[in-house]
Design a protein around this ligand. Structure first.
Ligand SMILES: [Fe+2]
Ligand SMILES: [Fe+2]
Length: 258
């Protein structure tokens, strides 16, 4: 029978066991945990309890630090490190910022374009403008964070004065009958009257939806603008005791038990 087991293809459950075994190995025998949010992404409001996970993994401790399956972060991470190691894609951000730079806009506008979708790139899609703004709020001028927050709403409303129409792509993505939620409509109305309205609007204008895979964009082009306009904490993002430090730490250690 042992011989048969060695030569026949593995059953699905054996494959799953093997994969789990392999991941454990990579984790240095630690148990990485999935938060409820990760499971909700699979349509389940669930989490495995500590005792259940311990019972499944006898003799192992929970992961309480860096997940070795993810790219290693430096001890004092800066914004650029998150770009390189925690953003699933930076192409859209770089294209948008490059467009703003070529348009001759201010450094604050360029930075706002560079960071406008970091919520999506690193964290979560729902209400990404709000999440992204919250992440950077302690480190940038209010003009930048406020604009990123409200681009969430402005995206849905045209402004002919700058040649911005409702994106064709949204008709394709959400259907012709989609209407933004009332809280988005209210946000738009408030933003309209705000002194930084045009900065937020310029995020929309430079929000490039036609991805050109051949466009030459480079994070290096923005290192100086980041240096001048993003207050990098000397302790590293996550260790500087601001209202968003915990969010940067969560991006660093998304599978920590607590
Ligand atoms: Fe966005
Ligand atoms: Fe965008």
């Amino acid at each position: 029978m042992a011989h048969e087991a060695a030569t026949r293809p593995l059953t699905l459950s054996e494959q799953a066991d093997e994969l789990e075994e392999q991941m454990m190995h990579e984790l240095n025998e630690k148990i990485a945990t999935k938060s409820v949010l990760f499971n909700m992404g699979e349509g389940k409001v669930e989490m495995e309890s500590g005792p259940a996970l311990m019972a499944k993994n006898p003799g192992k401790y929970f992961l309480m630090g860096a997940d070795p399956r993810l790219p290693k972060m430096p001890d004092k991470p800066q914004l650029i490190d998150f770009f390189k190691h925690r953003f699933a894609s930076m192409n859209h951000l770089l294209q948008s910022a490059t467009h703003a730079l070529k348009g001759g806009h201010s450094e604050k506008v360029v930075l706002a374009c560079l960071l406008h979708d970091i919520g999506v790139a690193s964290f979560i899609r729902c209400d990404h403008g709000y999440w992204g703004a919250q992440l950077i709020e302690p480190y940038v001028d209010e003009e930048v964070s406020w604009s990123i927050r409200v681009h969430q709403a402005l995206r849905f409303f045209p402004d002919e004065s700058v040649g911005y129409g409702y994106p064709d792509m949204y008709v394709k993505y959400f259907g012709p009958d989609y209407r933004p939620e009332p809280y988005i409509v209210e946000e738009y109305k408030r933003a309209r009257k705000h002194k930084h309205y045009m900065t937020a609007r310029l995020i929309c204008v430079n929000d490039i939806y036609s991805f050109d895979p051949n466009a030459k964009v480079n994070l290096d082009d923005f290192v100086d603008i980041i240096g001048r306009n993003f207050k990098q904490p000397k302790e590293g993002l996550g260790f500087d005791n601001t209202p968003s430090s915990h969010m940067w730490r969560t991006l660093m250690w998304p599978t920590r038990f607590l």
